[in-house]
Design a protein around this ligand. Structure first.
Ligand SMILES: *Cc1c(COP(=O)(O)O)cnc(C)c1O
Length: 405
């Protein structure tokens, strides 16, 4: 009889978001006095930019004519027009020498962050931040790299890097040397963004030990501080120790359209093997590329109008973040993030457990947030609030919470 991958059976079963849904549903059954405002979701709400829509229409028309129809592309890593635009605007414009052939287009940073594990041995030791984007943990657990779940909810083989108020939500170097190190900056869930100096410490460490940094910069477009790097490749030495994941999801509202990319420098080798060649071998075998129409849509993000329109939407979300940050500060709450990220990481008042504060805001303000404890033990004592909502709803949510406290 077939045997299932028993690593899947070890997974605690998607506790966070199902539990939030359960509590919200139960609360809605009590006929709440005010309409619910959802500041818990990590999804965008504003439509695609007009320049993007126009490019999609045009590409769709091309697909309708025999002369311009496209089937499989020769190369699953994406069309040159998109890779060239990325190389030029996301890298060379910032003085970073990343060429189109180091860029690999995909359907999502989530899939890439998980699939990248295919090119690494199951014996590698993996380090994750705590709190963490759960995809890094669960995909390694599925691959058999995480060990067993311990009574405190942590995995026995993972190295946890606490990100706390004390270290400014950026991890210190661990005692046990990991092989693979996931760093997400600007961070989901804390909203913290790493400086060049902070990243340099990890780049030097990874080069010294032969580790590889898996750098997720899905929220790069939200960086407003000029001193914060947009790419890990702005750090000297990163080209020999880092892989970068980027996505059009949060940058340009592609969460339902699906387009992202992974950058692996040609100079990155381990054991004499190019990691770029392994990744391309993997992708060419298991993936047939992103839809032509979608790649044309992504290309339009880099046109003059595209860049302006996309920035307007980012500014809209950043304005929500400001409303949340300032409103909460006025209410006497300690709030982090929201300057270079669409997330605000709010300390619960009086050391209240995060699920209790979640319940209080749900029941008394009819506002849905995300309890920090759901992202890992170091998230206890915090809630995550997102800036992806509607501005009026965001303002109202902040008013309700302010008058409550
Ligand atoms: C939203 C998000 C992504 C983007 O994933 P896609 O699959 O590209 O939509 C990646 N990493 C983090 C941490 C995210 O929050």
């Amino acid at each position: 009889m077939v045997k299932v991958n028993e690593n899947f059976l070890k997974l605690p079963g998607g506790y966070l978001f199902p539990e939030i849904s359960r509590r919200v549903k139960a609360f809605l059954e009590t006929n709440p006095p005010m309409p619910l405002i959802r500041l818990g979701i990590g999804d965008v709400t504003q439509p695609l930019a007009p320049a993007v829509i126009e490019a999609m229409h045009k590409a769709t028309d091309e697909m309708s004519r025999k002369e311009t129809f496209r089937g499989y592309s020769d190369d699953s890593s994406g069309y040159d027009f998109l890779k060239e635009a990325i190389s030029r605007y996301d890298y060379k414009a910032r003085g970073v020498d990343i060429s189109p052939d180091e860029i690999n287009i995909s359907d999502g940073a989530k899939s890439d962050c998980g699939n990248i594990g295919d090119i690494f041995s199951v014996d590698n030791v993996v380090a994750v931040c705590d709190p963490v984007y759960p995809v890094y943990v669960d995909t390694n657990a599925m691959a058999g790299r995480a060990g067993e779940v311990m009574p405190d909810g942590r995995w026995s083989n993972l190295v946890y890097l606490p990100c706390t108020e004390e270290n400014g939500f950026f991890p210190d170097l661990p005692e046990r040397v990991p092989d693979l190190i996931y760093i997400c900056s600007p961070n989901n869930p804390t909203g913290a963004a790493a400086t060049k100096e902070q990243l340099k410490v990890w780049v030097d460490y990874a080069n010294k030990h032969g580790s590889v940094i898996l750098y997720d910069s899905a929220y790069e477009a939200f960086i407003t501080d000029e001193n914060i790097p947009h790419s890990i490749f702005e750090i000297p030495g990163a080209e020999t120790c880092a892989i970068e994941f980027r996505s059009f999801s949060k940058t340009a509202g592609f969460t339902g359209t699906r387009c992202a990319y992974t950058v692996i420098p040609k100079a990155l080798e381990r054991g004499g093997v190019s990691l770029l060649s392994l990744w391309q071998r993997r992708q060419n075998t298991k993936f047939n590329g992103v839809a032509y129409v979608v790649q044309r849509a992504a290309e339009a993000v880099y046109s003059e109008e595209g860049r302006r329109q996309v920035k307007e939407t980012i500014d809209y979300y950043l304005n929500n973040a400001k409303i949340i940050r300032e409103g909460f500060a006025k209410a006497g709450l300690t709030a982090y993030g929201g300057v270079n990220a669409p997330y605000i990481w709010v300390k619960t008042p009086g050391g209240m457990p995060s699920w209790d504060f979640f319940d209080l805001l749900l029941k008394k303000a009819c506002v849905v947030t995300t309890p920090g404890a759901g992202f890992g033990p170091s998230g206890e004592g915090f809630i995550r609030v997102t800036a992806f909502g509607d501005v009026d709803a965001t303002r109202e949510a902040v008013e309700r919470i302010t008058s409550l406290l």
